[in-house]
Ligand binder design. Structure first.
Ligand SMILES: [Zn+2]
Length: 256
């Protein structure tokens, strides 16, 4: 069959110009829509991965078979597969800004990726590292650090390790000027230390918010702590150590 030629359209200024042609059928989407679609796709991939997951450890097989359903039971043992945690609890994740941007416009701006280099005779070999925090916003939190030759695998490793490092924390209403009885703050004053970084968390009344640096805020939010006063000490610009100190402080809410 011979294709029919379209008549010259004077209004739109040419052959089919401006109208719904072959190349502009793509729907116009806003940024929020694209973000939503991406999240849906990732969630689907994640669910698929869990469905196809074949456990290799004894604990993994028990969880897969549905014989162990309690996350606290699991956390008493050594967990080697992040899927175990994923099956039992719904986690959110966030990355901490441990690195800095290079180059123009001031440089030194805080970024999620810490870029380091090894010098070799063939040239420089860059490595990226990343620190992730996972939590369900209700008493469970984990921190992980991952390194890789590219940025995205580094984040994946960090999230994996954060899941394996999951822990339970205690929360309570312990401020002297609050009597609500909800678990919204730390139960008593706790201190954590890593390197020179010291973090001291103190109970606060309902509505205070998180009175602490932004990176620690991410951790506390994931842990489900809503109100806290804090004192930090030492070289807190080293975000890695600051985050570890913060986790250690949260850990002490259980041990003592
Ligand atoms: Zn309270």
């Amino acid at each position: 069959m011979v294709e029919q030629k379209k008549p010259f359209d004077r209004k739109s200024g040419g052959f089919n110009r401006g109208g719904p042609g072959k190349f502009n059928k793509r729907p116009v989407r806003s940024k929020a829509e694209i973000e939503k679609m991406r999240n849906e796709r990732l969630a689907q991939q994640h669910a698929e991965h869990l469905d196809n997951w074949r456990p290799r450890t004894k604990l993994g097989k028990l969880v897969r078979a549905g014989k162990v359903k309690d996350i606290d039971e699991v956390l008493k043992q050594k967990v080697l597969e992040p899927e175990i945690i994923d099956l039992l609890i719904n986690l959110k994740s966030d990355v901490l800004n441990i690195g800095q941007a290079k180059g123009k416009f001031g440089g030194g701006k805080r970024r999620a990726w810490r870029q380091t280099q090894k010098k070799t005779s063939e040239g420089n070999v860059p490595t990226f590292s990343c620190m992730a925090v996972v939590g369900n916003g209700d008493g469970y939190v984990g921190l992980g650090y991952g390194r890789a030759k590219e940025t995205l695998p580094a984040r994946a490793k960090a999230i994996r390790k954060a899941k394996l490092n999951l822990r339970k924390i205690n929360r309570n209403c312990a401020s002297f000027d609050c009597t609500c009885g909800e678990a919204h703050s730390v139960p008593f004053i706790v201190e954590g230390k890593m390197g020179s970084c010291k973090v001291k968390l103190m109970p606060a009344a309902q509505g205070t918010g998180l009175v602490i640096g932004d990176e620690c805020k991410k951790i506390l939010r994931m842990a489900g702590v809503k109100d806290v006063y804090s004192v930090t000490n030492g070289k807190i610009r080293t975000t890695i150590n600051l985050a570890k100190a913060c986790i250690e402080a949260l850990d002490k809410t259980v041990r003592e």
